[in-house]
Design a protein around this ligand. Sequence first.
Ligand code: NAD
Ligand code: LMR
Length: 338
Amino acid sequence: MLSRAALRTWAAPSSRLFSSSSPRLTKVAVLGAGGGIGQPLSLLLKSDPLVTSLSLYDIRGAPGVAADVSHVDTASEVIGYSADHLDQALEGAKVIVIPAGVPRKPGMTRDDLFNTNASIVRDLAAAVARVAPTACILVISNPVNSTVPIVAATLEKAGVFDPARLFGVTTLDVVRAARFLAGLSSANPADTAVTVIGGHSGATIVPLLSQASHGKSVQGEAYEKLVHRIQFGGDEVVQAKEGAGSATLSMAYAGAKFANLVLRGLNGEKGVMTPTFVKSPLFADQGVDFFSSNVELGVNGVEKIHPIGELSAEEEKLLAACLPELKKNIEKGKAFVA
Ligand code: NAD
Ligand code: LMR
């Protein structure tokens, strides 16, 4: 027979489970879960203890991915939804990650994806507006510089746009910048974090190496090469994959990393900060009303948009090249919905 003490010890975890201090129940939905990014991203989200329920949707293959991922021995439940069940997939979702859409092939720019991906993203955003209007939306689908304004305009049309809850995922640029800088300086990428501002394509990607401790010392040709590699890291992968798509595994890693930061903010953790592409006042007076800079994340999503800080002369030039291109990309997205 069990002693009273043994019974108390056994009972403690379940009483904690139902206490008011238990973590929030957080359903995360992945739209495009059957794809090259969607599958590994779903696997990584299954491993995130802050995700309590995972809803996997795709026009192709999501139930199979869900059956597979659901066998991983973490606490979250996983449900897959096929083409006709988008609304059910979105019901109750607090965070919605969107990697749905076609990837680049060699020779294409991200903007070349606009014609196909704009309507995919718009239609998914319209469903989110209808079913989960207060969810945080994390847009991965390219061209991010245009798809984020498309989602914003679609939510605005539906009367539910909250700028604090819409994010373009630019984390892969941040991940690459840290990795490439670490490679140059023989440091650990954990010690070479770089703030990357602007947008997510070529010249709109602006790494602020002068603000990174190991970045300051990179000069001359090495600096030019490093900036180019950060701006065009996506092309490196597209070329290496020889027509089979673009970055999927590193993007899944970056997407899961960013989703975890958003969840930590939603759960009340203080001081969670990362660059992300949001509706921003920083360059709105120049017609650039979406911009990536360091953003503090909190219980309502965007808590605070930080200024970009002091730039080197080279970074001033990069920013000057970024803004007009970014403006065009944003306007193209807005015009599509209007
Ligand atoms: P993929 O073709 O492997 O997968 C895309 C998935 O989207 C497919 O499973 C497809 O069935 C699904 N899909 C298409 N239309 C859909 C719809 N209406 N609803 C739901 N699902 C739909 O492509 P991928 O390699 O996973 O890339 C996806 C997108 O992410 C591309 O646009 C790519 O350019 C972009 N991307 C962005 C970043 C970034 O840093 N933000 C990085 C890499 C890739
Ligand atoms: C990337 O940066 O890897 C993605 O935007 C995919 C691409 O098309 O390069």
